[in-house]
Design a protein around this ligand. Structure first.
Ligand code: ATP
Ligand code: MG
Length: 447
């Protein structure tokens, strides 16, 4: 009790002198066996230890194994400097400018090896005017390295040599009690790095942990701090969240914590339109399922679905204003992506993928003449069709349309010919003159 109180009091300032004493937890209390760690991570630790350094598997991987999930990658923390690590592994390279880390390649794996890092001491650290830490690049002791991590469950160091876990912040107990607890004062830690609020929501959802009330309470009032985070960092974090295999749960958690506002500015709007909301959830469920089945998912597809109903609304408005359908679509796509980019730095490559998928959509409505054959030959046909099917599943289009394309794609040439739908019955709306999209980036293969 008293220790707990003392810890609370001292956590605030956390001067180096009161860094916690670690607990050494034997394998029968955490259950992580050497075989559950990847061969490459085991090897990296052994080689570093044999050269006289400390080296442990750290962070997400240890945490994931303890809760029974399969880690997606392995990180190693060590007392060796990046240059010392580099010298020990032939297939390795130093990356990063501000804080150097080493990528060690072994077979198909890449292990990220980082040198123990010092804590951020408020006075000595460069911050922006909101207290966000801008620099964090000093080597430190292992205890400091543990204390600068975000959650107790992320500060576990596993030694494959003797299968023990070194636990500075009661992370094993927290994991066993299914609690996500912040190391130190949550308000201070969120101010240093507001992305930790998103990480709390994501890790809570992914691991099935409940966010400790002390870490949960300040989120709502501090959510605005996310506005100062560089868009590229937010985009990375959103991508992690959406591709975690638990996107539905994560997004629900974000909504519960009041965190969804700043992130995908358009998401609020979308989630309020019944058709849009249904479409977004369907797409996220579909993504989660694919991740869990080990199937590939593309960020472009995902963002294309998240923003589609915005494009639809914008497109309709432009058409109502007398713009022709095709150029109106391209203008709507650009407008939606531009509005989004202030907050989330969607990379140019991904923006290109998103546009390709959107631009294919009207082409699925043409089922006469040569057009369907040309569409089938598109490199992104499959992604376009998956997207079309989601639209139909959400009620935006009749299911008959994706079904027709599925049959058409499978059919032999004779049958295909008979399947073509004459233009008039296919498009009962008034026929439009064919026009070249003026000034719009040409969608690959668009006529
Ligand atoms: P996952 O890999 O499942 O997405 P993770 O916790 O491993 O989750 P990473 O981004 O791989 O996330 O980070 C590795 C480790 O670095 C974390 O476990 C944590 O100890 C530390 N860390 C990551 N981000 C932060 C942060 N914003 N503040 C403090 N520590 C962090
Ligand atoms: Mg990780």
């Amino acid at each position: 009790m008293i220790r707990k109180l003392l810890r609370r009091v001292f956590r605030r300032a956390a001067p180096v002198s009161v860094l916690p004493e670690p607990a050494l937890i034997p394998v029968d209390r955490h259950g992580v066996r050497r075989e559950q760690v990847s061969p490459a991570a085991n090897k990296v630790c052994t080689v570093l230890q044999e050269a006289g350094h400390k080296a442990y598997v750290v962070g997400g991987a240890v945490r994931d194994i303890i809760v029974g999930q399969v880690p997606k990658d392995f990180d190693v923390a060590t007392s060796a400097t990046p240059e010392e690590v580099r010298a020990l592994f032939r297939r390795s390279r130093i990356i990063g400018r501000r804080f150097k880390i080493v990528h060690v390649m072994s077979g198909p794996e890449t292990i990220e090896v980082s040198t123990f890092r010092a804590m951020q001491e408020a006075e000595a650290t460069e911050t922006d005017e909101h207290g966000r830490v801008l620099r964090d690049n000093v080597f430190g002791s292992m205890a400091e390295d543990a204390t600068r991590r975000d959650f107790t469950v992320n500060a576990l160091y596993y030694n494959p040599t003797d299968e023990t876990v070194i636990d500075y912040h009661h992370g094993v107990a927290d994991l066993q009690q299914r609690t996500l607890r912040m190391i130190g004062d949550p308000r201070v830690r969120y101010r240093e790095d507001p992305v930790r609020m998103l990480r709390a929501a994501r890790l809570g959802a992914k691991l099935g942990l409940s966010i400790d009330p002390a870490a949960r309470a300040p989120i709502r009032e501090m959510a605005d701090l996310l506005e100062n985070v560089p868009p590229a960092r937010l985009f990375d974090e959103m991508l992690k969240l959406l591709m975690s295999g638990h996107a539905v749960k994560c997004l629900k958690q974000l909504r519960e914590e009041g965190l969804h506002h700043g992130l995908l500015p358009l998401l609020d709007v979308i989630l309020e339109q019944p058709l849009g909301e249904r479409f977004v959830w369907l797409s996220l469920e579909n993504t989660d399922q694919r991740v869990r089945q080990g199937k590939p998912i593309s960020p472009g597809f995902l963002f294309a679905t998240l923003l589609w109903h915005e494009v639809l609304a914008d497109w309709e408005a432009r058409k109502a204003n007398g713009e022709h359908s095709q150029p109106a679509l391209f203008d709507a796509m650009d407008a939606v992506l531009a509005r989004q980019s202030g907050k989330l730095a969607i990379t140019r490559r991904i923006a290109g993928d998103i546009k390709e998928i959107w631009a294919l959509q009207p082409r699925f409505e043409k089922r006469a003449g040569k057009a369907p054959y040309r569409l089938l030959e598109q490199a992104r046909y499959r992604a376009g069709w998956d997207f079309l099917r989601l639209r139909a599943q959400s009620g935006e289009l009749p299911m008959e349309l994706p079904d027709w394309w599925e049959n058409f794609a499978d059919a032999n040439p004779d049958i295909r010919q008979g399947m073509l739908v004459p233009e008039k019955t296919d498009a009962p709306r008034k026929r439009r003159r064919r026009r070249k999209p003026a000034g719009a980036p040409a969608a690959p293969g668009s006529e």
